[in-house]
Write a protein that binds this ligand. Structure first.
Ligand code: DAH
Length: 343
């Protein structure tokens, strides 16, 4: 409404503007300008006082309304459930969930299924890894004693009371070896693959993510050697990429294998898309080796009788190469335009 006195109208403009930027709206009721107006009242000629007083009262009421409305909003905000899957907070309006018909399986999961399928056909079974683990499985059981410098290569997230977001799926080796060691007594091998989500304290870039997927593999029997390891991985990779590949191993170090290898393939044309690399590049794909006798012993398996091989491969990496995806961060980004290409 308009004010009869321009003096009050000016103050009203100032106070409305100020109120809109205050977090605690109630402060506006204590504005010095308001007190100033009240102080002016007795100094005015008698005939102006009634209209001036009415304007002041009107302004006070306006400011009080602002304060009340803000309190209402605060109260409503306090009851909003920000975790609700849709807006349950809008009264009388029941919005819909995102239609599930537009959804699809995440490309990493589709590829994981395809990869597991190859190993099922090769006689492996699968055990899913866990997303929270402990020091024994992350390190001790894998032959990293306390204070071992190689622990630093697996810097990940942990709680102050010692729970660990596993940096690799190798944390499952001890459990799987124990669970399946009765196979050995029945003269059957232990042949298990372990898909899982893993976590690293990484500097993120196009090829490094803090969260990704690995597939671990363990195979134990009498007379197992590195030839079996190489043949198994080569067969798997050729099946996955549907082409012949040149492979090589080079010496490496992991505490839980002896000897340890890096396994590389010569990158064929079809797997070079967008990577800017030359044809004769060797591309390191995964870590592997012969299971360390201490790892077998810690699972109660006699390394004098049984030997085995193991590997761990990053699934994201395999999928990047298969489709020529230029940035690993797309996978966890929830970008629909990326994901829909795989629907
Ligand atoms: N856990 C290793 C990593 O994440 C990969 C690995 C290497 C797994 C050798 C194995 C292995 O099972 O034998 O870097």
């Amino acid at each position: 409404m308009s004010y009869e006195n321009s003096r009050v109208s000016d103050v009203a403009n100032i106070l409305h503007a100020r109120a809109s930027s205050l977090v605690n709206k109630a402060e506006i009721l204590k504005a010095v300008e308001l007190k100033g107006l009240l102080a002016e009242l007795p100094t005015l000629p008698v005939e102006q006082r009634a209209s001036f007083g009415k304007d002041i009262n009107h302004l006070k009421q306006e400011l009080q309304n602002i304060v009340n409305e803000s309190a209402d909003t605060q109260e409503r905000l306090a009851t909003i459930d920000v975790t609700a899957p849709f807006d349950v907070n809008v009264n009388g309006h029941r919005p819909e969930l995102l239609p599930s018909t537009g959804g699809s399986i995440h490309p990493l999961m589709t590829e994981m299924d395809a990869i597991l399928d190859i190993f099922y056909r090769m006689g492996f079974n699968a055990v899913e890894s866990r997303q929270i683990d402990d020091d024994y499985h992350m390190f001790e059981s894998l032959n990293f004693p306390e204070g071992h410098p190689a622990r630093d290569d697996y810097d990940t997230f942990m709680t102050t009371d010692g729970l660990i977001a596993p940096a690799h799926t190798s944390t499952m080796q001890n459990r799987v070896l124990k669970k399946y060691k009765e196979n050995l007594e029945k003269n059957e091998p232990i042949a298990v693959v372990i898909p899982g989500r893993v976590f690293r304290n990484e500097d993120l870039d196009a090829t490094h993510e803090h969260t990704f997927y690995q597939l671990e593999g363990v195979y134990v029997d009498k007379g197992v050697n590195a030839g079996h390891l190489i043949a198994t991985l080569k067969t798997f990779l050729e099946e996955y990429y549907q082409q012949q590949l040149k492979v090589k191993t080079q010496p490496f170090y992991f505490p839980f294998t002896e000897p340890s290898f890096e396994f590389a393939i010569s990158r064929p044309e079809s797997l070079r898309k967008g990577t800017g690399t030359e044809d004769d590049d060797w591309l390191e794909l995964l870590g592997c080796g012969m299971v360390h006798p201490n790892v077998l012993r810690m699972a109660g398996i006699d390394p004098e009788i049984y030997t085995g091989f193991a590997w761990g491969v990053g699934i994201d990496r395999l999928v990047l190469m298969k489709y020529g995806i230029e940035d690993i961060r797309h996978f966890e980004s929830a970008k629909l335009d990326f994901l829909r290409q795989f629907a």
